[in-house]
Design a protein around this ligand. Structure first.
Ligand code: GLP
Length: 241
């Protein structure tokens, strides 16, 4: 595990964006694993700024997102597809057909999960995966107790996750109860993993990650088994104040 401590959210975003931009410059066909939530926003802003300033091209890049809410269409402002369109895809020369998010409206969710996992395999695994973390240690939507062998699957969201994610919805009742997520084993297929942890709300998760053993009760701990795992956290997350 490669650990980078930085002063601030801005510095964390700078470092993460450098890793992703470098990957795309070195490999114009790069396969990027992307995440949603508040944490990656600064990283995406910097990647877009670099595209506009330096012309780093995403023409042949493929992106694969971690997860999506069940039941939300791509037009729903709280869907992860909508988030990615607004905050990333539409600002770069990435082709829509190369920008993948699970389809939360698929009629058969089991088939959709299998399709998504096959997609990852057909791509030969992702080159670099960006991750945030839930306060309870979830990655993607893999809640505590998820098997480390899990592939893309449907999950029942915990009340805590629905509560925390309620801020992205008009009201709490609107938050779906289920999601499709890449599993822990799907995430670990990536050649490199970059986890970002910022802010005091994530302090407990950061310290658990650093201090606790690898256990399915704390999903992010699985990352410690990965041969190319980089953790970037800021001082606020470390101090918890
Ligand atoms: C959601 C997402 C995760 C994300 C987490 C943290 O539940 N499914 O992929 O990492 O929340 O989000 P945030 O970065 O907003 O704290």
């Amino acid at each position: 595990m490669n650990i980078i401590e930085v002063e601030s959210y801005e510095e964390m975003s700078e470092k993460a964006s450098e890793l992703f931009i470098q990957k795309v410059r070195n490999n114009p066909n790069a396969k990027l694993g992307l995440a949603t939530g508040s944490t990656p926003l600064g990283t995406y802003k910097r990647m877009i700024a670099d595209y506009k300033k330096n012309g780093t091209s995403y023409k042949n890049v493929t992106t694969v997102n971690l997860d999506e809410y069940v039941g939300l269409s791509k037009k729903h402002p709280s869907s992860y597809r909508y988030y990615m369109n607004e905050r990333f895809y539409h600002h770069l020369n990435l082709k829509q057909e190369n920008a993948h998010v699970p389809d939360g409206t698929a009629l058969d969710l089991t088939i959709e999960c299998e399709r998504y996992e096959s997609l990852i395999d057909q791509l030969g695994g992702l080159d670099i995966q960006l991750l945030g973390i839930g306060q309870n240690g979830h990655i993607g939507f893999n809640e505590p107790g998820t098997s480390f062998d899990s592939l893309t699957h449907v999950v029942e969201l915990t009340e805590n996750t629905r509560e925390v994610n309620g801020r992205f919805f008009q009201n709490r009742e609107e938050v779906p109860t289920k999601a499709i997520t890449m599993g822990i084993a799907s995430i670990l297929k990536s050649k490199r993993i970059v986890l970002l942890i910022s802010g005091k709300e994530k302090s407990q998760a950061l310290h658990r990650l650093l201090n606790e053993d690898v256990t399915e009760n704390f999903p992010a701990s699985a990352l410690k088994k990965h041969p190319n795992f980089t953790l970037i956290y800021d001082k606020e997350a470390w101090k918890g104040v």
